[in-house]
Write a protein that binds this ligand. Sequence first.
Ligand SMILES: [Cu+2]
Length: 141
Amino acid sequence: MRAVVLAVFVLLVPQLAAATMPATLYKDPWCECCAAYADYLRGHGFDVTVIETEAMDARHAEAGTPAGFEGCHLTMIEGYAVEGHVPVGAIRTLLDEHPALAGISLPGMPEGSPGMTGVKQAPFVVYGFGGAGEPELYVTE
Ligand SMILES: [Cu+2]
C-alpha cells in the first residue's frame, strides 16, 4: 500500500511543479486584451499574478525592452521579459533553451494571437532582445 501511495506521489509531483510556474503580468488598468492574455497563460499552467500599473513605460525600461518591442502588457517569467501576446510555445522554448537574452517580444498585437480577437493571418514572429546585438528573430509560431 505504501509503495502505491509513493508511486502516485512521484507521478504527480512533476505535474504539480509544471502547473505552478509563476508569472507576473504588468498591465495598465484599462487593458482588456492583457487580462485575456493572463487567462490564456493560466489555461496553460502558469500561476499568474496581475499587477495593474499606470507606469508601464518604467516597467518596460526596467525589463530592458528596446523601443518598438514593448507589448501592451509585460509578463516576467523566470527572470525573462515576455512582451505582448506571445504564444506559450515560444515561452516554453525560451525556458528550455535559457538563452542569454533579456526577453522575447511579439510586437504589434497581431490578430488571432493569444488574448487577441480575430483570425491569425500569418505566422507570429517572436523576437529576442537584450542579447549581444540588436533584437532578432527568436522563433516563429
Ligand atoms: Cu494587447
